[in-house]
Design a protein around this ligand. Sequence first.
Ligand code: UDX
Length: 423
Amino acid sequence: MRISVVGGGYVGLVTGTCFAEFGHQVTIIEIDPEKIKAINEGKPPIYEDGLEDLLKKNAGHRLRAEDGYESVAGADIVFICVGTPPKPDGSANLSYIESASCSIGEKLKDIPGYCVVVVKSTVPPGTTEHVVRPVVLKMAKKTEREIGFAMNPEFLREGRAVADFMNPDRLVIGSSDPRSGKQVEEVYTSVRAPLIHTGISAAEMIKYTSNAFLATKISFSNEIGNICKNLGIDVYDVMKGVGLDPRIGPLFLNAGAGFGGSCFPKDVSALVSLAEHAGEKPVLLQSVLAINEQQPSRMITILEKRAGSLAGKRIAVLGLAFKDNTDDIRDSRAVPVIQMLLAKGARVIAYDPMAAPNMKKIFPAIEYCPTAADALRGADGCLVMTEWPEFTRLDKEFDLMAHTVIIEGRHILSRKDREGICW
Ligand code: UDX
């Protein structure tokens, strides 16, 4: 199939590259000339496990990137993968979706044949039908018999996006007519996964609901963890026992610093805003966000209880990325933690295997170390903010600290006797 993918960010680049690997002819439409150059040279502009190999294999062959929408005119199917960043009130900004729809519509004008426009971006329910569809049809001067519409959400985890794309746990295709749904299904014939066809708005809602539920599991675990802490109970033991119930499941029950990243905070806020506009009071989802906001300051409070005043203290922050296996710091819990430490007069010494260059753009003046041991040397306290596997092996390195006060924001350390570790 001939596929155009609008947007060469995390979602568009992984989607386009994997479609090319499936054997389709793919054009990624991107506005950033540096990204276009990198993609065409087979060099991923972002880090994703396994992406470089696939990009090298397909770039200049079944995959190319360009800045115009010309490829849309010859496409069987167009995937919209542009960003939907949050507006100040938490709702999703749909301006990139609208302008992509406009440009797609213009190119579909005067082109014979059937094309399906698929939204893959995370969008509020109703967007595909009430924003994308009318704009495309108006610009193309066509009817729904000539252009189909569908919504096909992605459930890709950062750092593991290629593997998730190739082996998804489900495929969701929302469409209002069988023909467009079938055409989207054909793109995925090489994927083995349960497939569900839904209405377009239901598909849009499935994405928000999945992320909101996972975020709820984390905030629920954090609330239980905060109660357990006061009662002197180990929350990880508790969740080990709780997660064995198949109705609950063991994943996403890790209490700690809370959730960050480009999806959970943004999508739960968008869902809250959506609910409020619909006249609902989404108290559960509001609490999920409120608990998450509190967790970093709880870590600072525990640190102060153990280390005393932080003024002039040397505090090591281990982990800057919002989770392991990525250099992404969007909404990382390390950001508010560093802000609070600086506000309290602490000297922040940071280490991350990948994310230091990105964090330097936000905090250029703090100290960055090449290893965890360097960050810990002489430190009066340490906060573990990211679940990097290499932190699980840290043991003797903690003996380099001036005072072994270790606040574990991710339950990953394996230091013998857990000496000095507190959560
Ligand atoms: C998430 C969803 O998992 C994915 O399906 C969706 O498409 C995009 O959002 P991602 O943001 O890449 O993926 O990260 P994820 O692995 O889900 O972790 C999100 C955050 O939750 C991280 O900050 C992580 O540290 C935190 N987390 C995760 C916890 O605090 N506790 C847990 O038990 C699990």
